[in-house]
Ligand binder design. Structure first.
Ligand code: SF4
Ligand code: SF4
Length: 458
């Protein structure tokens, strides 16, 4: 069967061998200045990632994404399922920020801030190097690592994966709920146990097996790179004009070759297995390891550092430095608009939300007393953390009768739908319509809201 397949001329994916098997990548570590800076940023971010669900702002976790109740708490702001507009402005602002950040600084998030990169490069790989060592000048583990050492390494991986899984879940179920899960027997609460175990298994799978493939295959961000970046965006790039023609240096060819001595260290250092000398690639997460590698080599061969450096496509190709481009003007303007819209909507939020809806069945009935009755529903949302009581009255319509068919006392953060029966004289309808103004007031917050509802009639 294999004989009938044409051999691949080159690697289709940096993580696959030509025959389609997994190409395991063990990058060689270069502890250059960028790696040292990334390590500081990485460990600080790990502290932030772990602390965020524990930090309390306005008596709620700093970040709490309660998907089950569709409530999202971000830095003290609570978004409820009814906050569609707020959530829309928030998401638009978030996406515009990502667009702007990428247009200016390329994939700086991937290399410096993404938890996948940070945990893999500064937690799991150092543990792997500690237990399995590295061979020669490469990052490959020793072939002869005793099985006991490997088992110990996976044991440490498991403990760290459990910590990470708990941290990850704390964002979605809160720390207090997580504590309850941990204290319960798996047999009495199998669902929570299953969620927890699956998350740990996924963490183990990702960091011990899947690794860089999450960036190169699964994460959509890299695929958007071609549209999010422009020719002035900051990227990690190889200076072709300085490096080529590349080749091993010898006494005879020193003057005829460029600065690249074709040592391959930039490729060995790359955690996604690519060769930066082939230009900007989707797999490049801008981790700067090839920059550190090449700088170290340049120092050794006594040539200026920066053959592989932070730059942009125009600068590398010697084109004029055009700082102002359409996207760095348009994105901030749109971002300003969307953040302003978000802020104004947020400031104008009351302590409760109301929505008036029509009830099921006949839109209206006409009684023997010539009254037209409309069956409506009012949806009340108590946005506060304390119970509240709401009063609903009709304003300036003496001939209209309102019957509230349920109680309007709501617990903290409760949403309740209460049926309303509104009756108005038949002769007060014009072309089958009559407008009525309802006033809804909250007892606790002394706030009131007016809403106009349209009655239907004959
Ligand atoms: S090419 Fe360089 S910056 Fe890009 S992923 Fe590889 S090592 Fe990191
Ligand atoms: S590390 Fe620098 S000198 Fe060595 S191959 Fe890469 S670009 Fe060339």
């Amino acid at each position: 069967m294999n004989d009938q397949l044409l051999p691949s001329e080159e690697h289709v994916l940096s993580t696959l061998e030509k025959d389609g098997t997994r190409r395991w990548i063990y990058p060689r570590l270069f502890q250059g200045k960028y790696w040292k800076m990334r390590r500081v940023v990485g460990y600080l971010l790990i502290i932030v990632f772990i602390a965020l669900p524990h930090i309390q702002i306005n008596a709620s976790p700093a970040i709490f994404l309660n998907i089950a109740r569709r409530e999202f708490t971000i830095l003290g702001f609570k978004f409820l399922p009814t906050d569609t507009l707020l959530l829309a402005f928030f998401m638009i602002s978030l996406f515009l920020s990502i667009f702007l950040l990428t247009a200016l600084f390329g994939r700086v998030w991937c290399g410096w801030g993404c938890p996948q990169t940070i945990y893999l490069e500064f937690v799991y790989r150092p543990i792997e190097r500690l237990f399995c060592g590295t061979t020669g000048h490469g990052g490959k583990p020793h072939k002869s690592v005793p099985i006991s050492r490997r088992l110990m390494m996976y044991g440490v991986y498991l403990i760290i994966s459990m910590v990470l899984a708990h941290t990850f879940l704390a964002y979605f179920v809160s720390v207090s709920e997580l504590e309850r899960w941990v204290q319960q027997s798996p047999f009495t609460h199998p669902t929570s146990f299953l969620v927890m175990t699956s998350t740990v298994v996924l963490m183990m799978f990702n960091f011990s097996f899947f690794r860089e493939q999450l960036c190169t295959i699964a994460c959509p961000y890299g695929r958007f790179q071609s549209v999010l970046l422009d020719r002035r965006s900051l990227i990690v790039s190889y200076d072709q004009s300085r490096g080529e023609p590349r080749g091993k240096i010898s006494k005879q060819n020193t003057d005829s070759l460029g600065d690249c001595i074709d040592c391959g260290q930039c490729v060995r250092a790359c955690p996604t297995g690519i060769d930066i000398r082939e230009g900007l690639q989707m797999e490049c997460i801008h981790c700067t390891q090839c920059m550190d590698a090449c700088d170290e080599i340049m120092v050794k061969v006594e040539r200026p550092i920066g053959l592989v450096r932070y730059s942009c496509q125009d600068e590398i190709e010697g084109k004029p430095n055009q700082k102002l481009r359409p996207r760095v003007v348009i994105y901030p303007l749109l971002l300003l608009l969307s953040v302003s819209a978000f802020t104004v909507t947020l400031i104008n939020k009351k302590s409760f939300d109301i929505t008036i809806m029509r009830n099921y069945g006949n839109p209206y009935i006409v009684t023997e007393a010539e009254q037209v009755e409309n069956n409506l529903q009012i949806k009340l949302v108590n946005r506060t953390d304390v119970p509240d009581e709401y009063q609903i009255t009709v304003q300036n319509n003496q001939d209209v009768k309102l019957e509230i068919m349920g109680n309007t006392n709501l617990k903290a953060r409760e949403t309740k739908t209460v049926p309303l029966l509104i009756a108005a004289p038949r002769n007060s309808f014009v072309s089958g319509l009559r407008q009525v103004e309802l006033v809804i007031s909250s007892k606790n917050n002394a706030e009131e809201r007016k809403v106009t509802c349209q009655l239907l009639g004959p």
